[in-house]
Design a protein around this ligand. Structure first.
Ligand SMILES: Cc1cc2nc3c(=O)[nH]c(=O)nc-3n(C[C@H](O)[C@H](O)[C@H](O)COP(=O)(O)OP(=O)(O)OC[C@H]3O[C@@H](n4cnc5c(N)ncnc54)[C@H](O)[C@@H]3O)c2cc1C
Length: 387
């Protein structure tokens, strides 16, 4: 058996990249990571203080085993770094009896997710500052809560480094080229050979891999933070995260300072970003007004003017599921991208899948919903150029 380590480049050390670097280094690969900015920078898709983790999954129950793999890897990363990253304080799924709530109940029925329907009167009593409508279906998912994304990315990258990974920050990759002897990565005018390359460039995916243009639609996503009129009204210890799918679409999390909420509107209002290098990070007043109206109508316990607004980016695929797996290059190119607004919680499991493909050529952790083949023929020719 060969004892030579596989030499692997991970391009883009954000959400999927930091986790891929960690899992690959933990499983014995020689890892070199490239990041165009610093680790956990604020232009990434993971910026903005918090992300929801949930298991009663309205996107598709097929995700539940993957979510459980992700949860155990989050716990592993916490244990290895001595940092709390995932607080399981619950998530409320709110909607009517539409098909998406059907996916939530299927997740519970098929996989025994620890979640249950809460009668409206009980919900009003338990969370008096939350708006509940007549006809709402309220599901409390107890295998849910929030993650600290910047901290998580920093810790995964640091852990990868302590396992031997070399991370090159402020080093944008300019091109990837698969040849007979390996995959060549060019950065700062210099090319290096690798056995395998993992591309985790998030909203920038189509810049390096032009075949993803039209498959990863980059959109601007705005978050807004609101302060509670009464201190403690939205204390993260007893106020769960929430996602409402009907009649309006919005989501929220307790603010991490414990004194208010962070809110986001449905992805359908997110404006297109023609060039991720030129994201306009200002939030126009009509977008602020949309939040203001929501809060004035639905959350009277908050001051209606946001104290902070921020614009981020995310890449969305046509069917709302990520693209995770081999992408040609003589089977030496793996991609994790297009995470479509719900990829953070899954990130360590996606890193594990990337490591499976690199080290074993296949993955028993992945799910068909994420297969690149649903969009792209996956060539196995040994010459394939990407710039
Ligand atoms: C506002 C908002 C709220 C969200 N809420 C949730 C939530 O509650 N729960 C959830 O699970 N998910 C949520 N998501 C989705 C989740 O955050 C994303 O799916 C995830 O962060 C995407 O990760 P990524 O690795 O694809 O991109 P990123 O984290 O952005 O990483 C890509 C990295 O690649 C680097 N890069 C790009 N090009 C190059 C290059 N040529 N060379 C070197 N480096 C390069 C970038 O600088 C960046 O660091 C949310 C997303 C947004 C925007």
């Amino acid at each position: 058996m060969s004892t030579t380590k596989k030499r692997v480049a991970v391009i883009g050390l954000g959400t999927a990249g930091s986790m891929s670097a960690w899992r690959l280094a933990a499983r014995g690969a020689e890892v070199v990571g490239y990041e165009q900015f610093g680790i956990a920078h604020d232009r990434s898709a993971h910026a903005g203080e918090s992300r929801i983790f949930r298991t009663a999954y309205f996107e598709d129950p097929e995700y539940v085993p993957l979510l459980r793999t992700a949860k155990s890897l989050w716990r592993e990363l916490e244990g290895e770094t001595g940092t709390e990253l995932l607080a399981l304080r619950g998530n409320l799924m709110l909607g009517d009896s539409s098909s998406q709530m059907g996916n939530v109940s299927d997740s519970i029925d098929k996989f025994g997710v620890d979640a249950s329907v809460i009668p409206i009167e009980e919900a009003r009593h338990r969370w008096p500052h939350h708006p509940f409508h007549e006809g709402d279906v309220v599901v409390l998912d107890r295998e849910a809560g929030y993650l600290r994304p910047e901290l998580a990315v920093l810790q995964a990258a640091a852990r990868a480094q302590s396992l031997g990974a070399q991370l090159r920050t402020y080093t944008p990759v300019e091109g990837i080229e698969a040849k007979d002897d390996g995959v060549w990565v060019t950065a700062a005018g210099h090319s290096e050979r690798y056995d395998h390359v993992v591309v985790t460039t998030g909203p920038w995916a189509a810049k390096l891999l032009p075949e993803l243009a039209g498959l990863v639609d980059v959109r601007k996503a705005v978050s807004a933070w609101f302060v509670a009129k009464e201190r403690g009204a939205f204390d993260p210890a007893n106020f769960p995260c929430f996602i409402r799918t009907a009649p309006e679409e919005y989501y929220g999390l307790p603010a991490m300072d414990g004194n208010g909420l962070k809110l986001g509107l449905s992805g359908t209002v997110n404006r297109p970003v023609p060039d991720p290098d030129a994201l306009d990070r200002t939030v126009p007043i009509d977008e602020v007004q949309a939040f203001r109206e929501l809060v004035a109508q639905s959350f009277p316990a908050l001051y209606p003017d946001p104290v902070r607004v921020a614009a981020y980016m995310e890449g969305y695929t046509p069917d709302g599921h990520g693209i995770v797996g081999p992408l040609g290059g003589g089977e030496r190119l793996t991609v994790v991208t297009g995470l479509s607004g719900h990829g953070f919680k899954l990130a360590p499991a996606l890193g594990e899948i990337a490591a499976d493909y690199v080290l074993n050529g296949s993955s028993h952790n992945t799910i068909p919903l994420l297969s690149p083949e649903r969009f792209l023929a996956v060539p196995t020719s040994s010459t394939n150029q990407h710039h």
